[in-house]
Design a protein around this ligand. Structure first.
Ligand SMILES: [Zn+2]
Ligand SMILES: [Zn+2]
Length: 372
């Protein structure tokens, strides 16, 4: 798609872009022409090659947060840097980048290298505006800046804090989903829970996040690794990717099966279904002092009898600039074969990609947006 540039009254350049706009809760998304301001001093204009579709995008289409539409979603964007603001150092035009979650950079956790704990995480990622309240799509009457990117578009405005420069020899369309779902699943096992070799772990929900957790559990040498789901095809894939056991929760009693497999319960559970009933079950199957990582929503740590704990996890406590490169190295070594989860769609078919993910037919849809 050819891009035109027009003059903005304040002197900022304005770029004509195309983006999938959510105009009413429930969808569908509609691809429209919009105007995006050029980068400010601390911003980076990225030409998007592809974007993953994450469960959180789908949740927002379904009306989770009830913010004002119309908005541009998408938070697993990958592309090529087209322009950098005056103040951005270390990132250059032409760099290949994967975008991840946004953080403020100035609160105490951000200054101490823990961006997933950012005190302004919610505003920075779900506010649909910059942290100063402005919005680079304002001329079009649409709100962007979702996770500091709104990547269901031909172009995104990001910052150095949520951009990861990646090697150029791997296809950007494959790397896109590392930015959220895969980072979250793998990071929960490797960073948040820091699962040691030999520990027993159950993974409740084997979608993209859960399967990333399965692969990470195998990498750290955990065992048994028990996948729990209700979709037989996903359980089959979990077994291929490193699960030692699979439980179909529609056909088997999960607590009984876990007791049979482990004798005394598991040390860790990764819970990605968000169902209150299943969270309770996840705590029940823990050994004393065991831990459940809750991947849905912003949850406080809760304690249960026997020293068991449930901890809320955001983005697998990852520092994207380090962790995404680590996952790429593991992929090259054949240990993190996340390409097995991905299915590609043309941008024009984004609504079909979302429908397939909702049905569970596609584990990780990626839409191809621009030329690689
Ligand atoms: Zn912060
Ligand atoms: Zn996500």
């Amino acid at each position: 798609m050819k891009r035109e540039m027009v003059k903005h009254p304040s002197g900022v350049s304005v770029h004509k872009i195309r983006a999938a706009v959510l105009r009413k809760w429930g969808g569908p998304l509609k691809i429209e022409s919009l105007e995006l301001e050029g980068p400010r001093a601390d911003e980076i204009l990225v030409r998007i090659v592809a974007s993953g579709i994450c469960h959180t995008d789908i949740g927002i289409i379904e009306g989770w947060i009830g913010s004002e539409e119309p908005v541009v979603l998408g938070h697993e964007g990958a592309g090529i840097v087209e322009q950098v603001g005056r103040g951005v150092k270390g990132i250059a035009q032409g760099d290949h980048v994967v975008m991840s979650f946004q953080s403020c950079g100035s609160c105490s956790p951000c200054r101490h290298g823990r961006p997933a704990d950012c005190g302004r995480f919610y505003e920075a990622n779900f506010g649909f505006e910059r942290l100063d309240g402005s919005n680079a799509l304002w001329r079009s009457g649409v709100r962007g800046h979702f996770f500091g990117q709104s990547s269901f578009a031909t172009h995104s405005l990001a910052t150095k804090r949520n951009v990861v420069v990646v090697p150029r020899d791997l296809p950007l369309e494959l790397l896109a989903p590392l930015g959220c779902g895969l980072q979250t699943g793998a990071g929960t096992v490797m960073n948040t829970l820091a699962v040691p070799a030999g520990a027993g772990i159950a993974i409740f929900g084997t979608g993209a996040v859960g399967l990333a957790a399965v692969m990470a559990a195998r990498i750290v040498g955990a065992g048994p690794i028990i996948g729990v789901d209700i979709v037989p095809g996903r359980l089959e894939l979990a077994l291929q990717l490193g699960a030692t056991h699979a439980i179909d929760a529609r056909r088997e009693d999960v607590a009984t099966r876990i007791a049979e497999i482990t004798g005394s319960g598991v040390d860790y559970v990764v819970e990605s279904t968000g169902s209150a009933e299943i969270i309770r079950l996840a705590v029940d199957v823990l050994k004393p002092k065991g831990r459940v990582a809750l991947l849905t929503g912003f949850m406080e740590t809760r304690s249960f009898p026997g020293g068991r704990k449930a901890v809320g996890v955001i983005q697998g406590d990852a520092v994207p600039q380090r962790f995404i490169l680590k996952l790429i190295d593991l992929y090259r070594a054949g240990q993190f074969p996340f390409d097995r989860l991905v299915k590609f769609y043309p941008f024009a078919d984004i609504n079909r990609a979302i429908a397939d993910a909702r049905k569970g037919d596609t584990i990780k849809p990626v839409v191809r947006i621009g030329n690689p």
